[in-house]
Ligand binder design. Sequence first.
Ligand SMILES: [Zn+2]
Length: 118
Amino acid sequence: MKRTARSSEPRKSEPSAAKPASRPMRSLPQRTCVACRTARSKRELVRVVRSPTGELSVDLRGKAPGRGAYLDPDAGCLERGLAEGVLARALEIDIDGMTADRLRGELATAAKERRPSA
Ligand SMILES: [Zn+2]
């Protein structure tokens, strides 16, 4: 019994209507990690955002309103950013110990989600 090659399997093409047309396209947006000053594409970094109410959090989708700063999804960069005060400066807010702890947790979660599961 002979099988013919699967004919015309429909290729799943990228959804064309997914992007809002409001924003002008830029080629590969780059951001700089505030701690180590390495420029990377935006998707490789995590955004820490200070919400309009003054709450800091890791913004997993990169779209939360507020003032943001980018960090590598790396505990070392977070610690450095906290220790050197660059994160606080970038976000124009004092970061207390509790907030720092929460950011550590959120960044760890973000780093895990970002990494392709091996
Ligand atoms: Zn970094």
